[in-house]
Every structure is written in C-alpha cells, then in structure tokens.
Design a protein around this ligand. Structure first.
Ligand SMILES: [Zn+2]
Length: 84
C-alpha cells in the first residue's frame, strides 16, 4: 500500500509530508530541530520541560543527597554555635 493511501489521519499525512520535505510539522517553515521550526521547537521544548514532574527524590532542582548534606551542614553549624 503506498504511503499516500495509508489509513492515517489527514493531520498525520500532512506531518509526514512536511517531514519528508524538511519543513516544520506545525507551520511549513524550514526545520530547525526535531521536525520543527525554531519557534515551534522552542515551544515544544518548554512544553516538554513543564511536562516532566519528578515523582520522588527531588525538592525543586535540589537532589535528595544535596538536601541532606545542606541539612547536616546547617545542623552541625547550629550545634557548634550553641556550644560556643
Ligand atoms: Zn513551525
């Protein structure tokens, strides 16, 4: 079965055509990266970044280990202070 007759949606066919022509799959401009123009690539990157939600082991951008080390540093500093 030729690609043009494949049972895919109109949108999917349009995107495949644009991929093959080296154009953005969202707006027909020249590809910048990952089948998207610069504008759509940036939007896509932001969207993916927001999509990523760590399930555990992290507090904001700080790892669990870093958090514990910071806690240890603060508590030991407080102990030293109270002793002096
Ligand atoms: Zn685009």
């Amino acid at each position: 079965m030729p690609d043009s007759e494949a049972p895919i949606s109109r949108q999917a066919r349009w995107q495949r055509k644009h991929k093959a022509l080296g154009l953005c799959i969202q707006c027909s401009r020249k590809v910048f990266r990952s089948w998207r123009c610069r504008k759509h690539y940036e939007l896509y990157a932001v969207k993916q970044r927001l999509r990523y939600v760590p399930k555990r082991g992290r507090y904001g951008d700080v790892t669990d280990k870093e958090l514990r080390a910071e806690l240890k540093r603060l508590t030991s500093a407080a102990k030293r202070k109270s002793r002096a």
